[in-house]
Design a protein around this ligand. Sequence first.
Ligand code: PHE
Length: 344
Amino acid sequence: MNSLPEKIKKYRQLFNDLASKIKDKKDLEELRQAFLGRKKGYLTLLFEELKHLSPEEKKAAGSILNNFKEEVQASLSKLEQKYPMPRAEKTLFDLTLPGRKTYWGAPHPLTLFQRKIEKIFISMGFSVEEGPEIETDYYNFEALNFPPYHPARDSWDTLYINDKLLLRTHTSPVQIRVMEKKKPPIRIIIPGKVFRRETSDPTHLPMFHQVEGLVVDQGITFAHLKGTLEYFIKALFGEKIKLRFRPSFFPFTEPSAEVDIECIACHGKNSQCRVCGGTGWKEILGAGLVDPQVFKNVNIDPEKYSGWAFGLGIDRTAMLAYEIPEIRYFYENDLRFLRQFIRR
Ligand code: PHE
């Protein structure tokens, strides 16, 4: 039997011989397998032979063998530069890795609810208008028939920027802005953010959303207001929903009303109900016929034209529609809450 150094000499010759004949990367891969293949590679087999040697012999033979291995590896990597492996073969996909998840954005539940409201009014021929969130005292109060120091201002306390500018307390100032520019007939809704000086609790926040409605034309009566709001509320909550109009007061409408809908949680059957406090009703909007003084303020002749307006709290109505007990859930950005509203 040949000694190990002799065998190595023979294999070195074989390696050099084969290496000189390489024409492409396939030959190169075959050469690598022939010498370094994990089971039958010549070098692998030579290393196995070390087992049968005595410790001293093993040491000497081992180092010769290691040198040979390094030689082979060095030549192989040199050859590899000449015949490089294509990228795809080198970096094969690991099919066992879990895929990367893509997260899609989605509209906020209040945006979805607002769109639902807009759709109903658009189907009735209304168009959508917007106005500034920072308002002047004139548009937010005076033009709407709230004189300075009038006690009615108390229930619309807000955050003032200076003596003249404030964060609007309702979407009603946009009524004025639109009537200043457009002549009747007017049929619009105005969604947007509004602000009040409130301490946050389960049903109050210093910022929330309203949608205003305004209709001005010849011959408009309270019947139009009632019919349109009834149609709207039934389209939103279903045919069976009960609603009621209660007399109320707003400086910019006369007569004025508030509209309540039947409590969706208890239908008036639970005197301990957390949603309606046992009354069976929930107020969702204020409304009325446009006060003649408001028309005068925007140069519309109240003898010729009449109109109606309403203002609805979007957040509170959404809370009722989805039976959500906490207004703050809308603003906490907890994905477990928000994802429940995504429709795909
Ligand atoms: N702006 C009133 C509010 O915020 C609601 C309202 C709008 C009432 C239009 C009547 C007409 O409470």
